[in-house]
Design a protein around this ligand. Structure first.
Ligand code: IMP
Ligand code: MG
Length: 178
């Protein structure tokens, strides 16, 4: 499927699953080198990162614990872009290495606000692994340790990412049609 229609918008395929898999595998190899023999906690940020996390962890050669968390952001209402933990972590992070797995870093505000929450829980190290980043849109000082792909400033769906709740199921990534 090269074109899809979701609600009122048309999207065209921009990153095929074969490419996604190559990039995810290459990212996993970097993570494998850094965490060999360790048992970090991987936190998959719902909803968008579910597919990326599912593929990423299958390429890992160490033994992580895998947890899930969900945050809601108050976009538009607050310039600080505060996030609220909607589904939190109940496992202790004290003294643990944590890898946050996120679908996409856009303005970076979500991750910027999530990091202190993880630090408060006592993690000894925290790294961010994202599938995608839009470098042109980054608004905050955020170190992204692992990023599979950088993309231009387009709105995308598929491979976990949604437009108004739909489109997450596609194995390829689609951009808004011009
Ligand atoms: P940030 O706080 O601006 O970095 O936004 C990050 C969140 O916005 C991601 O976790 C996504 O859920 C969502 N997001 C950003 N860009 C896109 C996109 O192009 N398509 C779908 N969701 C997006
Ligand atoms: Mg997200």
């Amino acid at each position: 499927m090269d074109r899809i229609h979701i609600l009122d918008k048309d999207f065209e395929v921009s990153i095929k699953n074969e490419t996604i898999q190559e990039r995810v595998k290459a990212l996993a190899e970097r993570i494998n080198q850094d965490y060999e023999g360790k048992n970090p906690i991987i936190i998959c940020i719902l909803n968008g990162a579910f597919m990326f996390a599912a593929d990423l962890v299958r390429y890992l050669t160490f033994q992580p614990e895998i947890l899930f968390a969900r945050f809601s952001s108050y976009e538009g209402t607050e310039t600080t872009g505060q996030v609220k933990e909607v589904m939190g972590i109940t496992t202790s992070l004290a003294g643990r290495d944590v890898i946050i797995v996120e679908d996409i870093v856009d303005t970076g505000i979500t991750m910027y606000n999530v990091l202190p929450l993880m630090r408060q829980k006592g993690a000894s190290s925290i790294k961010i692994a994202c599938l995608l980043q839009k470098p042109e849109k980054l608004q905050v000082d955020l170190a992204i340790d692992y990023c599979a792909m950088e993309i231009p400033n387009d709105f995308i769906v598929g491979y976990g990412l949604d437009y108004d709740g739909f489109g997450r199921n596609y194995k390829d990534i689609y951009s808004l049609a011009k």
